[in-house]
Design a protein around this ligand. Structure first.
Ligand code: SF4
Ligand code: ZN
Length: 305
């Protein structure tokens, strides 16, 4: 029998899986409140984290509970990277009674393969993240989801908290999921894996025989998050438990951050209808900028041919 070394103790695979199940189910109960007839959306890329989140939610909210689960996958238009993962999500959904929804950047008239060569000083991930969140929220709203789950694990949470601290972005930090306040037009997000370290989600996926996509995005190197990944990894190496420490400090100050925020006045973006604070949403602003650049690059290609 294989044993998993964990927290100075050894767990056999079966106990390790149960141990993770228990912690994730506790988080789900803590973060959301669902009734018969509710719909829950899950943002699923097909990678290990989102597939584990989907599997857990599918085991909690099966037909008997009367809660309908919707997996939403966004195709960013990255050749060779996204298509195989979409197939994995689609397969899981058809075998597990989950409704599958696919949205694509091509609906916006651009793909990440168009954007990456022309995004200049910004990282491609800046565009990718904004467009993905916009399409995800739009689809979750269309399926009438009460909540939207994402697969962020403990490492992701610690990196995001550090990133917002360093940027001095208290607003963004206060608005990190799980959301307990419903804001107009925004589906509240929750994060069932927020206490599970990345290595454990990988182990869980492998031990439970879950199919997932482990391809690496060709634009990954440029992600700002990687700097914070290294910092958090170093902290964890030197002071084991640092990631939990960052998360629990954040949980302590979150109510204070929230109470210090002005009640932001969200309204619909006049161009696309997504909620925004400004005269147009971030996604429309970035789209306008990048469409012009992509258009110029294509025109240049035509001239060169
Ligand atoms: Fe998008 Fe960046 Fe993730 Fe690639 S690494 S899928 S560009 S956010
Ligand atoms: Zn807009």
């Amino acid at each position: 029998m294989t044993f998993v070394r964990y927290n100075g103790t050894h767990l056999c695979p079966e106990h390790f899986l149960r141990y993770v199940d228990r912690r994730v189910k506790r988080e789900i109960r803590k973060q959301i409140d669902v009734d018969h007839g509710d719909h829950i959306a899950v943002a699923v890329s097909g990678g290990k984290d989102s597939m584990v989140a989907l599997k857990m939610l599918a085991s909690v909210f099966n037909r008997k509970t009367g809660v309908e689960l919707h997996a939403i996958t966004i195709d960013e238009g990255i050749d060779g990277y996204r298509p195989p993962s979409v197939d994995i999500v689609r397969r899981f959904c058809s075998e597990n009674d989950v409704r599958f929804h696919l949205r694509s950047f091509s609906e916006l008239g651009v793909t990440m393969d168009d954007i990456a060569p022309v995004c200049g000083d910004s990282s491609p991930c800046t565009y990718c993240g904004v467009f993905r969140r916009m399409l995800m929220n739009d689809e979750a709203r269309k399926v009438d989801a009460k909540y939207l789950a994402t697969g962020h694990n403990l490492d992701d949470m610690a990196q995001s908290i550090m990133m917002n601290f360093v940027r001095g972005d208290a607003e963004r930090m206060a608005r990190m999921a799980p959301h307990d306040v419903v804001r107009p037009g925004l589906i509240p997000r929750f994060v069932p894996l927020r206490e599970i370290p990345e290595k454990e989600t990988l182990l869980y996926a492998m031990l439970s025989g879950l199919e997932f996509w482990d391809g690496v995005c060709p634009y990954w190197e440029a992600a700002l998050r990687n700097q914070y990944r290294d910092i958090v990894d170093q902290l964890e190496d030197r002071s084991p438990g640092a990631r939990y420490g960052i998360l629990s400090s954040y949980d302590t100050i979150k109510p204070l951050l929230r109470s210090g925020l002005k009640g932001a006045d969200l309204h619909s973006c006049p161009r696309c209808g997504e909620p925004t604070l400004g005269s147009s949403c971030k996604s429309c602003q970035l789209l306008e900028r990048i469409r012009a650049r992509v258009g110029e690059a294509h025109a240049q290609d035509d001239t060169d041919e």
